[in-house]
Ligand binder design. Sequence first.
Ligand code: PLP
Length: 375
Amino acid sequence: MEFRDLRRQYQYNKQNIDYAIWKVLDTSHFIQGKQVTELEEKLADYVNVKHCVTCANGTDALQLALMTWNIGEGDAVFVPDFTFFSSGEVVSAVGASPIFVDVDIDTYNIDSEKLETAIKTVLQKGAMIPKAIIAVDLFGLPANYPELRHIADQYGLYLLEDAAQGFGGALGGRKACSFGDISTTSFFPAKPLGCYGDGGAIFTDNDEWAMLIRSLAVHGKGLSKYDNVRIGMNSRLDTLQAAILLEKFSVFIEKELRESNKLADFYTEQLKDIVKTPVVKSGFYSSWAQYTIQLEDSQVRQNVQEILKAQEIPTAVYYPKPLHMQQAFRKYEYLDNQYEVTNGLCSKVLSLPFHPYMEIEEILAVTRTIKKILV
Ligand SMILES: *Cc1c(COP(=O)(O)O)cnc(C)c1O
């Protein structure tokens, strides 16, 4: 069994994808071909945001957002402690300080109350200026944007939605990638909407920021590529990836999202009485980047992982280490006792094989084994 079976997904959609790739090769317009613009228009329309700018990956997308807001030295940016490294890395990359905030034990997303406490602490100390909140839609579930928007407005902070795992999710009738002042996603192959290499996108309703992002992503271009008015980076989505994404996007919205939700419900039905299963609160819709359960402790988790592995069922731990404990961030000297929930989650979470092309029989093979171990 595969953890996320990208080969099976390709086999189901092979004809269309092969043809799309061949068309790019045939025209040989590899950079900024018409598929790139077409994809940006389709994604912006789907998310219901005015501008979509594609770029090279989800990490660049986040960094471009921070650069657009001119965030740097002396600025504080609030980031959940339980997420992929990128969410915090980009803050340090632009010279600002990531302030990690503990997460909610049910949703795995940033804890609004602890966020407000962290903002107040930074204001009291007075050494840094709070500038932005990076909210992550972890495992596909949108963060609590009504609460986060309220806090961002109250303290005059930018809200950046890191929807690298969240594309396709929704909350109260609005789509993920529409909740931030700027929102970003990733098309890394294993993300809910993945391409066949690296890719990313940035969403915003703000005309001026969209123009700045387009400039920053292509060497700070002015009127042309050889007129450079600011320091930027080289971060583009290539035409091949855009062509692949156009095909995969149709299948994603027409079929995969619905299938993922059906399969996640089935998993939960099978497991809800024996382990802590994912919590999707009323009004929220997940795109299921991962299906993650919580076990009693690291010992039980290791045992479950080993027995599943012996049956050729792969699992993964997202994430084994809180960001505040990463060596790369050691200079910021975080207080470990402020991250009780994340510290616990890192020893208890286990992500199970999951993708929209899983067979019911495969899920049953996983859940039967887990039941045998734990009941
Ligand atoms: C994958 C991921 C990123 C980075 O995306 P890349 O395309 O790999 O650069 C950022 N944030 C989160 C939460 C992610 O899961």
